[in-house]
Design a protein around this ligand. Sequence first.
Ligand code: TYD
Length: 135
Amino acid sequence: MEIKMYTFEPHGDARGQLVAVEANKDIPFEVKRVYYMYDTTPGVARGHHAHKALEQILICVHGSCKILLDNGKEKETVVLDEPNKGLYISSDMWRVMYDFSPDAVLMVMASTYYEESDYIRDYDEFLKYVESRGE
Ligand code: TYD
């Protein structure tokens, strides 16, 4: 499985760091929505779903967490622990976010508005979906 990580150039100076992410330039889509998770209860895993159309970039802007990616054939785990690293997740990818450090803030930039009908929340349905698409 190809893991698409983006490294955003920090504009560092004596005052500290600043990272800018521009839609369609630094990442491959127009951002319609940003959401973030924090104060995650220790031991909790989130996600457990795929999408039909949504593309996302995940940045752990503080602390660390792990992302399990599963395309129906292969699984890969990615550690997010740097505030200038972004993980691209396509639709058609089962994802689980877990192992959040207590101080973790996981920010997500999303290509579409929140739309429940875009979710695939059942793993067997996901497997059938990717198979039907020949992926
Ligand atoms: P949920 O899908 O359970 O999050 P996760 O993917 O981490 O398991 O979403 C949690 C709640 O937040 C749920 O009530 C739906 C709501 N929500 C929005 O209103 N907008 C959003 O963009 C997202 C991602 C979730």
